[in-house]
Write a protein that binds this ligand. Structure first.
Ligand code: PRX
Length: 655
């Protein structure tokens, strides 16, 4: 079957950077020139100028055993030193590292000097517990400062963290602990979510309990942060309170240098199906690309900006853009514990106003959620401090992009739509603010030093104005180094498809437009085939979201006797429209609208108006489950859903 994906939508709005923005921009067009003249030399320069090396490297890339890369391999550094001590030594100890805001409204301001001291104490406490180089530590915490401290303390010791998102169940936690062979778990009694104290410790107890399968958990200790004060069960020989060991530990701790390829963390990603994969990242290359991208993509001026990435620390975005990239660059950040809706829907905008956030990085799912609630809510707050917006996680539909810029960005801010993955470790495709003329909905251009192509199934570049598969054609510094304990699966999953060419296959469909800019079209597994045309989910969803009544949409291909597959759409309407129209009338209007916007080929056979869409805990739509509904099947495995009740609601709405 051809891998060509048909192109349906045209977008001709353009937003060049303002002169003022361009004049003060961190990134300069020279970056592209330098990187294309000498790619490896470019990365060596970035790694040298952005990081402090205990032992300088002489070798940039070792690609002698592909796909197992080594970057800067004979160099040595300490990741935590780079994120902390050196800023204090350079006289920036008083700079705020985090403005922490708990969901109940408690706050903490933490300077670089304070964070450094706390991490040194935590590192001493962890070494007392026997944690050293190469040991694995599972972190299962809410979004509180101790989460950041834990990651950095583990990194400081040359140990490996494996963060498990606090919304995962005891079973998921246990399987990740077992796979990594974790020796220590760092958790909390609970955290605040939606106005309630939500317990975490019981899930750890359950995960570590004897499950009658003869497998003994590898965990020796559980370190527990007191956050909510709720009652917890306690095992005297295993459990310790953070407040009993960390504040008492010495604040003297010298950061030891580790080789650049020392593992830094494992992060499990479920993908759409199958057993979770423990994505392995190492130190020097990862930190270099995280720091470079954070500085240039977000136009970071560390002395004046207040940067806020809303991602939870349990996801790669939280690792690279709420911990390592920003801290390596000495940024001031906001860290918020809770949900956007508590105590009322404007909480995020209140936080932006309160701290004067200048750079705001979030996900399209959040933007579409705000569109659903209406622009009145953000418009009640003063968001004028914002000067740059970022998006990650899914394609951002052009209409959502426009809303984001107009309503949140005051009609003036650049938006960077950043494409990357847990596996890539850091941003790969994005506009550079101050340089690139923005196109709503397009991730646009590979970053300097990054080699990306859109290819057909033979690995040949499709050229401009054509669709295909997104690949990385050259290794990059923050690339995954493997899947923990499973090198064969690493090769099979990412490198087998274009084995002859040595390309990394990302699993996404993409298109280059007539200018060569890249548009992401969704996961290749979700592409639909209607009457022999391969249609992307992203474009039809964007057409639906472009209708004034729609807040969010998901489309899937359902088998159809005449067309092979037919387009079936699930649509969430804006609240104001639901009050004034019938769902039946709107469904008809939306079918006709897509027909006009794109053409009859894309007109949905069915449009279902629903209240929710099935999403993973990181906010991605799970189209596989919607396909089950659209084809009248029993709904498949829902364990990775954020809210498992959603599918029964949707099934009954569809009936
Ligand atoms: O399908 C792409 C989508 O998210 C996938 C990676 O997911 P994850 O590993 O959870 O990392 C998310 C945060 C980096 C990609 O394969 N994706 C991510 N960013 C974008 C995107 N799709 C379109 N546009 C983006 N900007």
């Amino acid at each position: 079957m051809s891998q060509q994906i048909d192109h349906l939508m045209n977008e001709d709005r353009r937003f060049p950077p303002s002169e003022e923005f361009a004049a003060n921009a961190v990134a300069s067009p020279d970056l592209y020139k330098a990187a294309s003249a000498d790619r490896l030399g470019f990365w060596a320069d970035q790694a040298r100028s952005l990081l402090t090396w205990h032992t300088p490297f002489s070798e940039v890339l070792d690609w002698s055993n592909p796909p197992f890369a080594k970057w800067f391999a004979d160099g040595e550094l300490n990741v935590a030193y780079n994120c902390l001590d050196r800023h204090v030594e350079e006289g920036n100890g008083d700079r705020v590292a985090f403005h922490f805001e708990g969901e109940p409204g408690d706050t903490r301001t933490i300077t670089y000097a304070e964070l450094t001291e706390e991490v040194k104490r935590a590192a001493n406490a962890l070494s007392e517990l026997g944690i050293g180089r190469g040991d694995r530590v599972a972190v299962y915490l809410p979004m509180i400062p101790e989460a950041v401290v834990s990651l950095l303390a583990v990194a400081r010791l040359g140990a490996i963290h494996s963060v498990v998102f606090g919304g995962f169940s005891a079973d998921s936690l246990r399987s990740r602990i077992d796979d990594a062979g974790a020796k220590l778990v760092i958790t909390a009694d609970g955290g605040y979510r939606k106005g309630r104290a939500s317990a975490l410790k019981p899930a750890v107890d359950q995960a570590l309990s004897d499950r009658g399968d003869g497998v003994q958990a590898t965990v020796e200790n559980v370190l527990v942060v007191r956050r909510t004060g709720q009652d917890v069960d306690w095992s005297d020989e295993r459990d310790l309170w953070w407040h009993d060991v960390v504040p008492q530990a010495s604040a003297d701790h010298t950061a030891e240098a580790f080789p650049a390829e020392n593992p830094l963390f494992i992060l499990y990603t479920s993908g759409t199906t199958g057993r979770p994969k423990g994505i392995l990242h190492t130190s020097g290359g990862y930190l270099a690309q995280a720091a470079f991208t954070h500085r240039n993509v977000f136009d970071l001026h560390p002395e004046s900006d207040v940067y806020w990435c809303t991602a939870d620390i349990g996801w790669i975005t939280g690792h690279s853009y709420a911990v390592y990239g920003p801290l390596a660059n000495g940024a001031t950040q906001v860290l918020y514990e809770g949900t956007p809706e508590h105590p009322e829907p404007g909480r995020w905008w209140d936080i932006i106003e309160k701290y004067g956030v200048t750079i705001f990085y979030t996900a399209p799912t959040a933007v579409r959620g705000f569109m659903k609630q209406g622009r009145q809510i953000p418009q009640k707050r003063d968001l004028s401090s914002i000067r740059l917006l970022g998006s990650v996680g899914e394609p951002i539909n052009p209409e959502a992009w426009m809303w984001f810029r107009e309503v949140i960005g005051g009609g003036k801010t650049p938006i960077v739509d950043t494409w990357w993955q847990t596996e890539t470790g850091a941003i790969m495709i994005s506009a550079l603010p101050g340089i690139t003329t923005a196109k709503p909905g397009s991730a646009q251009v590979p970053l300097p030093g990054i080699a990306i192509e859109v290819v057909d199934e033979k690995g040949e570049a499709v050229g401009n104005d054509a669709g295909g598969l997104l690949v990385a054609t050259e290794p990059w510094p923050s690339m995954l180094r493997g899947i923990w304990g499973d090198p064969d699966r690493f090769v099979e999953t990412y490198w087998r498809m274009f084995q002859d060419k040595g390309f990394y296959f990302a699993g996404d469909g993409a298109r280059r437009d007539e200018d060569g800019d890249i548009w992401l079209l969704g996961r290749v597994d979700d592409v639909m085939n209607v009457s022999g045309h391969r249609l992307s989910t992203a474009e039809i969803e964007s057409a639906l979201v472009a209708h004034e009544a729609t807040a969010e949409a998901a489309v899937v291909g359902a088998s159809d006797e005449t067309t092979g597959q037919a387009v079936v759409a699930f649509v969430i309407l804006k609240e104001s429209f639901l009050r004034e129209h019938t769902p039946e009338g709107l469904a008809q209007a939306l079918r006709a609208w897509v027909g006009e916007q794109i053409g009859p080929i894309a007109r949905p056979r069915d449009v279902y108006i629903v209240g929710e869409l099935p999403k993973t805990r990181s906010g991605k739509i799970m189209r596989r489950l919607l396909r089950d509904v659209a084809e009248g099947r029993e709904v498949g495995d829902t364990t990775t859903l954020a809210d498992t009740a959603v599918m029964s609601t949707i099934s009954s709405q569809v009936k």
